[in-house]
Design a protein around this ligand. Structure first.
Ligand SMILES: NC(=O)c1ccc[n+]([C@@H]2O[C@H](COP(=O)([O-])OP(=O)(O)OC[C@H]3O[C@@H](n4cnc5c(N)ncnc54)[C@H](OP(=O)(O)O)[C@@H]3O)[C@@H](O)[C@H]2O)c1
Length: 227
């Protein structure tokens, strides 16, 4: 029986790439988009007969509840990828801009992760959240993009609590994943690696951690990142 994966935030960039890579590996894939009109690149992928597309905005409680109700049980992997870069400066941003990036990068993904934790297969399942090395306090050398950094740091902290309270007892692994600096709309054309290199590495890491029963901060190449 094929393995199953849910990828949340899959209209473009790394989410779309993760869907393509797991279809290539023979998975049954469920992908979510915010706007159904943006599903065309997903439906054009090779292997799309094994793909189901659903709608979800991670900041919507109604979408989270509907997604949790509609999903099959159990899933081998849940990967919450959605994220935005947000405002550059904490002092120049408005309170609404700061609240919006926290909702999209922190509260939305974590509330969704809690809603879906019970769907992840016991003992071997993985609940992955797209973090960033920028969320590492230990590796912060220049203070740039302080707001974005703080959202991923907070997400990592919530991910540890999620693992301890909603995953560990069922043997579910939680991964906070850094994809590398990747050429996407967010990463820009000057980034280090292309989407294919990142998603191939991340898919290898997901496979390697099945049954690990830990919470780890790891990048696409398997490097463990300092909290
Ligand atoms: N690229 C990099 O170098 C890099 C490095 C470290 C971490 N990351 C992380 O990797 C993830 C993907 O980044 P990317 O480079 O692929 O960025 P991207 O090309 O800008 O794609 C972002 C994705 O997130 C979705 N999204 C945004 N807000 C959402 C919401 N409220 N609900 C559901 N989906 C939402 C977008 O959907 P729409 O199309 O509807 O906007 C899109 O599919 C993010 O979490 C990012 O922080 C990226």
């Amino acid at each position: 029986m094929p393995q199953s994966i849910l990828i949340v935030g899959a209209s473009r960039g790394l989410g779309l790439g993760l869907v393509a890579e797991h279809l290539k590996r023979g998975f049954d894939v469920i992908a979510t988009v915010r706007k159904p009109a943006d599903a065309a690149p997903l439906k054009a992928l090779s292997g799309a007969e094994r793909l189901t597309v659903l709608q979800a905005d991670v900041t919507s409680d109604a979408d989270i509840a509907r997604l949790a109700a509609d999903l099959p049980n159990p899933l081998d992997i849940v990967f919450i990828n959605a994220g935005v870069s947000g405002p550059k400066s904490v002092t120049e941003a408005t309170a609404d801009e700061l609240n919006a990036v926290m909702q999209t990068n922190v509260f939305g993904p974590i509330r969704l992760a809690h809603a879906l934790a019970g769907h992840v297969r016991e003992q071997t399942g993985i609940l992955a959240l797209m973090s960033s090395a920028m969320g590492s306090i230990g590796e912060n050398q220049n203070g740039a993009m302080a707001v974005y950094r703080a959202t991923k740091t907070a997400q990592n902290s919530f991910a540890r609590s999620l693992w301890l309270t909603a995953a560990k007892d069922r043997g579910v692994t939680v991964l906070s994943v850094h994809p590398g600096w990747v050429k996407t709309d967010m990463g820009g054309s000057g980034a280090d690696i292309d989407v294919e290199t990142s998603v191939t590495g991340m898919a290898d890491q997901l496979a390697a951690h099945a049954g690990a029963k830990v919470h780890k901060f790891v990048d696409y190449s398997g490097r463990e990142i300092a909290w």
